[in-house]
Write a protein that binds this ligand. Structure first.
Ligand code: NAD
Length: 417
C-alpha cells in the first residue's frame, strides 16, 4: 500500500482481509463485511451569519447491524470524506464486537471546519443534518454520538431536532448528551478511562511501573485532555501534549489542568509556561514510556514508526497507525494496544447511557466506572489471550476476535430471502 496516498478505507479493508485469512473466513461472509450495508449522502444548505447560503456535504454510513442497532459518532472536519466515514463505520463494528456490547457499526461525518463557524451556524448545520438523516437514525435503528469537533451540545441539538419532528422527547436517540438531558455519568471521560484501564493492564504484563511512567499525548480534545487528566491523577508524568496547532514538551512533567487553562485563554496549547514547543511529528518521537495518539488517522507511518521510542502505544484515536507503521512498531517490540480495544470505553459508556435512557434510570458515576472497568479488562484479557493463542500482535488478535464474532452472528442469522 503506497503510504503517501493512504486512505483509511484501504487500511480497514486490508485489516479485514488479514483477519479473514487468519480465521479462514467463509469468502461470502468476507464479501458481505467489505461493504457498508447502507450509505446516505446529503447536501445541506445552511444560512451563514453573513446571509450567504453554503451547501455542506454530510454522510451517514451503516456498516452492519448483525450484532445490534447501528452505533457511531458524528465527525465535523474539513477532511471528512466518504471513504473515511466508511472506514470509521467498519472499525465501530469490530470495536463493539471486541467489547462484546450489542451494537453494530456506523459513523457520520460532515465536511466543514467548525473552528471557523459560529455557534449559530453550527446549530443550523446540526439541525439540518439531523433532519436529512432522520430516516436512518432512531433508538432501535441507529444511535449517533460525538466524535472529532462535535460534543454534548451538538448531541443536544440532534436530540431536540429528532424529538421536535417526532413530537415527543427521545433522549435515547443519541448518546454523549449533557447530563441534565439524560447523559450518563462518566461519559465525558469514558474513552480516556478505557485507555487508562488498558494501559494499566499492559504495564502489569510488561513489568512497567505505572506510577511515574512518562506519557506523551497527541491531541488535547475530549479524549486527549481527559487522558492527560486521568493519567496525571494516576501518578504518571505527562511530558507532552498537542493540538492541531502543534505540541508542548516538558521532560520534568506538566500539570494538564494548567495546560487546559492556558488553552482556554489562548486557543492553543502552544507557549504554555515551563514547556518547549514541539511539532506534532516531534511529539510522536519523544523518549517516553507511553505514547497516546488521540487525534487523527495515519499519524504513525513507515516514515516515522522507526523513530517511536515509547514502550507502549495506546491508540486512543481511530486508525492512528498505518499497516506499514504498525509492522515497524511490532518489529521494534513496541506493545501496541489497538484502537478497537484501547478506545472502546467511549462506546461502552454510550451503551450504558442508552440502556439508562431506555429504562429511564440514572446510574451513579461509581456504578458506571465499575461496569466500564469490568468490560474493558475482560476485552483486554480476551485480546491478549487470542494474541498468545494465535501467536500474533494485539491488533491482529483484536480484529480476529471482532470479525469472528460478527461473522458468527451473520452465519447464524442466515441470508434473507
Ligand atoms: P476532539 O475534537 O475533542 O479533539 C480532537 C483533538 O485533535 C483536538 O485537540 C485537535 O486540536 C486535535 N487535532 C486535530 N487535528 C490534528 C492534527 N492534524 N494533528 C494533531 N492534532 C490534531 O475529538 P476527540 O473526540 O477527542 O477524538 C479524538 C480521536 O479519538 C478521534 O480519532 C476519534 O475518532 C477518537 N475517538 C473518540 C471517542 C470519543 O468518545 N470522543 C471515542 C473513540 C474514539
Amino acid at each position: 500500500m503506497a503510504e503517501e496516498t493512504i486512505n483509511p478505507l484501504d487500511v480497514a479493508l486490508h485489516q479485514l482481509a488479514m483477519a479473514a485469512e487468519m480465521l479462514n473466513l467463509d469468502p461470502g461472509i468476507h464479501e458481505i463485511l467489505k461493504y457498508p450495508k447502507r450509505v446516505l449522502i446529503v447536501a445541506m444548505p445552511v444560512r451563514m451569519d453573513d446571509g450567504e447560503i453554503k451547501v455542506f456535504t454530510g454522510y451517514r454510513v451503516q456498516h452492519t447491524d448483525a450484532m445490534g442497532p447501528y452505533k457511531g459518532g458524528i465527525r465535523y472536519h474539513p477532511k471528512v470524506d466518504l471513504d473515511e466515514v466508511k472506514a470509521l463505520a467498519m472499525w465501530m463494528t469490530w470495536k463493539c464486537a471486541v467489547a462484546d456490547i450489542p451494537y453494530g457499526g456506523a459513523k457520520g461525518g460532515v465536511c466543514c471546519d467548525p473552528r471557523e463557524m459560529s455557534m449559530g451556524e453550527l446549530e443550523r448545520l446540526t439541525r439540518r443534518y439531523t433532519s436529512m438523516i432522520i430516516q436512518l437514525i432512531g433508538p432501535y435503528s441507529d444511535v449517533p454520538a460525538p466524535d472529532v469537533y462535535t460534543d454534548a451540545q451538538t448531541m443536544a441539538w440532534l436530540m431536540d431536532t429528532y424529538s421536535q419532528i417526532k413530537g415527543y422527547l427521545v433522549p435515547e436517540v443519541v448518546t454523549g448528551k449533557p447530563l441534565h438531558l439524560g447523559g450518563s455519568e462518566g461519559r465525558e471521560e469514558a474513552t480516556a478511562r478505557g485507555v487508562l484501564f488498558c494501559v494499566k493492564e499492559a504495564c502489569k504484563d510488561l513489568g512497567i511501573r505505572f506510577r511515574g511512567a512518562t506519557v506523551a499525548i497527541q491531541g488535547f480534545g475530549k479524549v486527549g485532555w481527559n487522558a492527560a487528566k486521568l493519567f496525571h491523577e494516576g501518578g504518571c508524568k505527562i511530558i507532552a501534549v498537542s493540538d492541531s496547532n502543534g505540541g508542548i514538551y516538558n521532560p520534568r512533567a506538566m500539570n494538564p489542568l494548567e495546560v487546559f487553562e492556558h488553552k482556554r485563554k489562548t486557543g492553543s496549547v502552544l507557549e504554555c509556561e515551563g514547556c518547549k514547543n514541539v511539532t506534532n511529528q516531534e511529539l510522536l518521537e519523544l523518549e517516553c514510556d507511553i505514547l497516546i495518539p488521540a487525534a487523527m488517522e495515519n499519524q504513525i507511518t513507515k516514515a516515522n514508526a522507526g523513530n517511536v521510542k515509547a514502550n507502549v502505544v495506546a491508540e486512543a484515536a481511530n486508525g492512528p497507525t498505518t499497516p506499514d507503521g504498525g509492522k515497524i512498531l511490532h518489529e521494534k517490540g513496541i506493545f501496541v494496544i489497538p484502537d478497537i480495544l484501547a478506545n472502546s470505553g467511549g462506546v461502552t459508556v454510550s451503551y450504558f447511557e442508552w440502556v439508562q435512557n431506555l429504562h429511564r434510570e440514572h446510574w451513579t458515576k461509581e456504578e458506571v466506572n465499575n461496569k466500564l472497568k469490568d468490560i474493558i479488562i475482560r476485552a483486554y484479557r480476551n485480546v491478549l489471550g487470542a494474541s498468545k493463542k494465535y501467536e500474533t500482535d494485539m491488533r491482529a488478535a483484536a480484529l480476529m476476535l471482532g470479525v469472528g464474532r460478527v461473522a458468527d452472528a451473520i452465519r447464524s442469522l442466515g441470508l434473507w430471502p
